[in-house]
Design a protein around this ligand. Structure first.
Ligand code: A8S
Length: 167
């Protein structure tokens, strides 16, 4: 396994937090996938639970803060998120939640892209997160909720990247 996997996806997790890691194989070149993931001001291009995004601070580099509006039907209205890592060489992006109207306090995620060592033109996306378990919820419930969202996001990223790569 690439050595940066361990480095970027090992999180300090306290007793009232939950954490996990999700992977997705995409049949598109790494640069294609990265061109989508790296756009901090346009997460709604593949995160279909979001309807809009605008930057409150910065221009899309590290330290920028975005505000996203969530589609209706979810227990959330908006989220404010700060870009923590954007590494165009190592293909790492990370953001943390710094506010908003939702239940995922202190959510932080790291996404890394890896060229498949065995299959040309294929990318493996690895996404890990840590979040506080909300009052009156269990770790299990929180993980299921977050994993559902992250899996949907990565499946949608796969579809969009594969369409771009085959056009
Ligand atoms: C991401 C990951 C997650 C986003 C969650 C888990 C969120 O945007 C949604 C619903 C919520 O209740 C929390 O990579 C929050 O965006 C869709 C508003 C943060």
């Amino acid at each position: 396994l690439p050595e940066n996997l361990h480095h970027y996806h090992t999180h300090a997790v306290s007793h009232n937090q939950c954490s996990s890691i999700i992977t997705q194989t995409i049949h598109a070149p790494l640069d294609t996938v990265w061109s989508i993931v790296r756009q901090f001001d346009n997460p709604q291009s593949y995160k279909h639970f979001l309807k809009s995004c605008h930057l409150l601070i910065g221009d899309g580099n590290v330290g920028s803060v975005r505000e996203v509006q969530v589609i209706s039907g979810l227990p959330a209205g908006s989220s404010m998120e700060r870009l923590e890592i954007l590494d165009d060489e190592k293909h790492v992006m990370s953001f943390k939640v710094v506010g908003g109207e939702h239940r995922l306090k202190n959510y932080r995620s790291v996404t890394t892209l890896h060229s498949s060592p065995t299959c040309d033109g294929t990318t493996v996306v690895v996404e890990s997160y840590v979040v506080d378990v909300p009052p009156k919820n269990t770790k299990e419930e929180t993980c299921v909720f977050v994993e559902t969202i992250v899996r949907c996001n990565l499946l949608s990223l796969k579809q969009i990247a594969q369409n771009l790569a085959s056009s």
